[in-house]
Design a protein around this ligand. Structure first.
Ligand code: GUN
Ligand code: ZN
Length: 441
């Protein structure tokens, strides 16, 4: 809600303030990149964070006392399919069979404007109810699904990056478009939504197998013609998929090279998965600034594989955190981070709570070129803020009491917590979710 001309709405929220100031890397549990102020007030004027104070602010501030609770920046989910909440948790298939059996039929329903509108509202409210305030989203190939998503995001004031899914081969007719019509639809959507409020357009070829080279060229033309637009897709998720891409694009050096050779890798490219990459691919990611959206619950659920995060990190490639619902089986970034920890543990790597938290907040903001807006509790950024119980239930509460230091406490919150720990979600200062209530929009 705009308050132009009036004195600013001033809100102060009390709790334990936690955010990351920079990438802690794969270091130890002691990190200088963690900022923690126990029992402080976070100060918000209108939509933005303006500071923090230990002393209670005066009565000109609307005070929300969450003493003993944790306050963090809203999570950023860098890869999620809104319509796939319709078929999340579908049994028994690897990627390609799963797409044909469950995913494509489910996405078909979103050609209907009513289904698309209801679906978008349900999906975004669910994100907020999991503490996620910003997301990079796949709708479907249908233009109405993009309009519905952006409209619903705009009503909630959320930072959403999305665009029409492009598919012109190797998919059912009911989802396929063609280069000319798709280009026209994308231009129309970009003009309507890109840069409006907190929305940005992402040129969205689903993945290399479902786009002809001509469609990938068209996608690159769109990126070139519309500065500031993003690109999102999938890369090297599953071994059969990688083999298929090698057959479809015999001249490409690798799956990632398909995108590079079509001019689709920029510092605004978000590529989900990146499980089956080699050293040259990792180097290319670092050079172009394209990021890997790591989706551990999806990679485990679909049996896709274990990402080598350390090699990506050492190469200088950016890795952010994604639910990838409905291949992923939760919108909770806490559960997602807990699975990311286990994926590294299986490879003998320790993922600290700090690196995990960074990848789902400030690191994601940075990779998306949005560090000035989201991902931290820095003054000047938008007040996308979440309040959490440190622990819910007897075991987590017991564990929390026995934690000996901050890392132990935050690590247990990540491992044992989920959306039930979430008390309140604010977007641009406005409370959009409160536990036990429906806030509406
Ligand atoms: N690759 C192409 N489309 C999809 C999708 O919808 N989900 C996942 N996990 N991988 C994909
Ligand atoms: Zn995906």
């Amino acid at each position: 809600m705009s308050n132009a001309g009036a004195s600013p709405r001033r809100i102060a929220i009390r709790g334990d303030l936690l955010d990351m100031t920079a990438d802690p890397g794969f270091g130890g549990v002691a990190s200088s990149k963690v900022r923690f102020n126990a029992d402080h007030w976070l100060l918000i004027e209108d939509a933005r964070i303006v500071g923090r104070t230990a002393a209670a602010p005066d009565a000109s501030w609307e005070r929300h006392d969450h003493a003993g609770r944790l306050i963090t920046p809203g999570f950023i989910d860098t890869h999620v399919h809104g319509p796939q909440i319709d078929m999340i948790a579908s049994y028994g298939a690897e990627l390609l069979e799963w797409l044909n059996t469950y995913t494509f039929p489910a996405e078909r329903r979103h050609a209907d404007p009513e289904v698309a509108a209801m679906g978008a509202a349900t999906f975004l409210d669910a994100l907020l109810a999991h503490g996620t305030t910003a997301a990079v989203v796949f709708p479907t190939t249908h233009k109405v699904s993009v309009d519905a998503l952006f409209e619903a995001a705009s009503q909630r004031g959320m930072r959403v990056i999305s665009g029409k899914v492009l598919m012109d081969r190797n998919a059912p007719d009911f989802l396929c478009d063609d280069v000319e019509n798709a280009e026209r639809d994308c231009i129309d959507l970009i003009q309507r939504w890109h840069g409006r409020g907190r929305l940005a357009y992402a040129v969205t070829p689903r993945f290399a197998p479902t786009s002809t080279p001509a469609q990938l060229d068209m996608a690159a033309r769109l990126l070139q013609a519309h500065p500031g637009t993003y690109m999102q897709s999938h890369v090297a998720e599953n071994r059969d998929e990688v083999q298929w891409v090698a057959e479809l694009f015999p001249r490409a050096r690798s799956y990632l090279d398909v995108y590079e050779s079509h001019g689709l890798l920029t510092e605004r490219s978000v590529l989900a998965h990146g499980v089956w990459l080699d050293d040259d691919d990792r180097q290319l990611l670092a050079e172009t600034g394209a990021q890997i959206a790591h989706a551990p619950t999806s990679n485990l659920f679909l049996g896709s594989g274990l990402i080598d995060w350390v090699k990506l990190h050492d190469a200088g490639a950016q890795v952010t955190m994604a639910s990838d619902v409905g291949g992923g089986i939760t919108l909770s970034m806490l559960r997602t981070l807990a699975e990311a920890y286990k994926v590294q543990a299986l490879q003998g790597v320790r993922l600290t709570a700090w690196k995990a938290l960074y990848s789902a907040t400030r690191g994601a903001a940075r990779a998306l070129q949005l560090e000035h807006e989201i991902g931290s509790l820095e003054p000047g950024t938008m007040a996308d803020v979440t309040v959490w119980d440190w622990a819910v239930g007897p075991v987590a509460t017991h564990r929390d009491r026995l934690a000996r230091d901050l890392h132990e406490r935050v690590f247990a919150w990540i491992m044992l917590g989920d959306e039930r720990n979430l008390v309140s979600t604010r977007v641009a200062g406005v409370e959009r979710y409160r536990r036990g209530e429906s806030c509406g929009s």
